[in-house]
Design a protein around this ligand. Structure first.
Ligand code: 13P
Ligand code: SF4
Length: 300
């Protein structure tokens, strides 16, 4: 065991801390974490944890969501500047405007959004329960923000009228049909699994679509040894551990640079100094709670 890992273990004990990491973080962070998962799984863990301190190895909206669910806990972001590019494509003012333009419509917010925008949303969702969340609403018209690709995917699975936002994840948006066809040509027998943040025309080529956690499960279920994985490359770590007899092929540019900012040393520093603590305005904490709480209650 490396010295830095030993130090993390010691600090976790001293501070009664738990380390949560998203599937896109680097492999050494995943190995140091108590739980690695998708956004829904992580939010549930954060809400249910009895630790005093949550070290959230992920982008800032993830730490904010943990704080909204457990305001009494200390939530630390080892790299507070690690932000999700998609989350910055929607703000509270734009949501107010969208509501005025579409009176009576419900607002469903992807969890990849800021805490301030969550205050204006009726209910949040993650990629794993987006369809269930939209179907749970009584309104026919639903504004879905900020991911237009996940919104279009949900629209294809419900009879609701989905009003799309114009946000997207640059990592998933960079994956093109041409690139998927080239991967398929290199691995003709491969099955294709895709994250719903991908473009609709890319999703049309997929054999399975789901959240990162769902993709990990589907990889074991598909009947091919080669599997093309259309999401962020950090997924390779768990895919290879869970399915050692399979070969996984990624679009090489699918790297979320902000997820990769988080290093073991920053986890040590956060635990030693409590730097990167998530502090939210009490009104924001209160305003965002209901929409996030509803999100974790709908588990598919
Ligand atoms: P999930 O892990 O919930 O599928 O989310 C993917 C993602 O982009 C997180 O930022
Ligand atoms: Fe945001 Fe995309 Fe990175 Fe996920 S992969 S954190 S959606 S920028």
């Amino acid at each position: 065991m490396s010295t830095v890992t030993e130090r993390i273990l010691q600090l976790k004990k001293e501070k009664n801390a738990v380390i949560l990491a998203h599937n896109y973080t680097s492999s050494d962070i995943q190995d140091a974490a108590d739980y690695v998962g998708d956004s829904l799984g992580l939010s549930i863990r954060a809400a249910e944890s009895d630790a005093d301190v949550i070290v959230f190895c992920g982008v800032s909206f993830m730490g904010e969501t943990a704080k909204i669910l457990s305001p009494e806990k200390t939530v630390l972001l080892p790299e507070p500047e690690a932000r999700c590019a998609m989350a910055s494509m929607c703000n509270a003012e734009q949501i107010r405007h969208a509501r005025q333009k579409n009176p009576g419509a419900a607002v469903v917010g992807y969890v990849n959004s800021t805490a301030e925008s969550k205050c204006g949303m009726d209910i949040c969702c993650t990629s794993s329960n987006a369809v269930a969340v939209v179907n749970s609403l009584k309104q026919k018209d639903v504004i879905f923000a900020p991911d237009m690709n996940l919104g279009a995917y949900v629209a294809s699975k419900t009879d609701k009228n989905i009003i799309l936002w114009d946000g997207f994840c640059p990592v998933h948006q960079s994956i093109t049909v041409r690139q998927v066809c080239a991967l398929k040509e290199m691995h003709p027998g491969a099955k294709i699994l895709a994250h719903p943040e991908c473009r609709p025309e890319v999703l049309a080529l997929a054999d399975g679509i789901g959240s990162t956690e769902k993709m990990l499960a589907m990889a074991g279920e598909v009947d091919s040894e080669d599997v093309i994985i259309l999401t962020e490359v950090g997924m390779r770590h768990r895919l290879e551990a869970l399915h050692p007899l399979k070969r996984f092929h990624f679009p090489i540019q699918a790297v979320c640079m902000t997820m990769k900012m988080i290093e073991l040393e920053s986890v040590v520093n956060a635990l030693e100094t409590f730097s990167g603590e998530v502090v939210l305005d009490p009104n924001v904490l209160k305003g965002a709670y209901a929409s996030v709480k509803r999100m974790i209650e709908l588990r598919d």
